[in-house]
Ligand binder design. Sequence first.
Ligand code: SAM
Ligand code: SF4
Length: 328
Amino acid sequence: MLYDNHGREINYMRLAVTDRCNLRCHYCMPEEGINYVPRASLMTYEEMVRIVSVFSKEGISKIRITGGEPFLRKDMMSFLKEISILPDLKKIHITSNGTLLIDKIDDLRRMGITSINLSLDTLDRERFFKITRRDDFQKVMDCLDALLDAKFEVKINMVVLSQENTDDIIPMVELAKNKNIAVRFIEEMPFNGTEGKGNDAYWSHIQILEKIKSKYPSAQKLIDPKYSTSSNYKIDNFKGSFGIIAAYSRTFCGSCNRIRMTPQGLIKTCLYDNGVFNVRDLIRAGATDEQLTAALKSALGHRAKDGFEAEHKRFQFPVSESMATIGG
Ligand code: SAM
Ligand code: SF4
C-alpha cells in the first residue's frame, strides 16, 4: 500500500492520455492557439502500460482514463484492453465528453469497464454550443441513453458557470428523477489555459446546494463513499442522486487518495501543484521498476497537505494550464 506524509492512503491514479480534444469548452481550453504537446513528448502506450503495471503492484488499484478526450487518441481501445488484464488493477473508470464513445460501449463492457463519467454542462443545445464551441449536444445525449441501456454506472459532470448555466442546475438534477444517474455539479476552477483569467465570480458549493434546496428542500444528505470528492444527496422518489464537488473551495483534501499523470508523464500529487516528477523522463533514461517506485514514494513523502498549500508552493508559476493537460 502507498501512503503520503500525512498518512493518507494513495490508491487511485488519474491518467490523462492526451491533451487533444474535439470540443473547446471555454472553461477548459482557449478556442485557438493551443500549444499541444508535441507527439514525441507524449507518453507512449507502452510507457503508460508499464507505469500502470508498476504502480498497481504498489497499491494503485483504480485508474481513471481522462484527457483531453481519451477516445480521440488512436488505438485507445487496444491500450484499454492491455491494462484491463493487469492483475493488480481492480477498477478502470473513464471520463469522456461522450461524442466519440457510442460505438465502443459493447467492447468496453467486454473488457469489464462499466463506469463512465460524461461531461455535460447544459440540457440546451444552443447553450451547449456556446460552452463547448461545437454542435455535438445530440451525440452526447444519445451516448448517455446508450450507456444507460447497456447498464453502465453513469455519472454526469456539470461545471457550474456563473451567469451561463445556473438555470440548468434544476433540470440537470431532474435528469436523475427517472434515470439511475449521479449528477455532479463541479465548481469552476481557473484551469482554462489562459493565464490570469481566474473565476472570481464562481458559484460555490454552498450556492449550488441552496439553489437545489430552494426547489427540493427535502433533499437528503447521503453517507459519502470513502474518498469521495462529491458531497452527495438524494431526493425522494428519484432513481438517481446528485452530488456537489467543491473543486475550487477544496473541502475534500483531507481524504485525498489520488495522484495524476499528465500526457507527457508528469506526476502531480495534487491537482493544484506544478508537477513533482516525470515518469517519461525516468523511463527514457533507463529507470528500473524499483527506481520508478522509489520516485513515487519519495514524492508522496513531500505531498502538500491540501490544494491551497500546493497552489501556494507554485507561486512563481500561477495556475493557468488547460484542464485538458491535467485530466480534471
Ligand atoms: N474530455 C473529457 C471530458 O470532458 O469529460 C475528459 C477530460 S476533462 C478535462 C475532465 C473533467 O474536467 C470534465 O468533467 C470537465 O468538465 C472538467 N473540467 C475541465 N475544466 C474545468 C474547469 N476549469 N473547472 C472545473 N472542471 C473542469
Ligand atoms: Fe475537451 Fe473535456 Fe476540456 Fe471540454 S472539458 S474541452 S471536452 S477536455
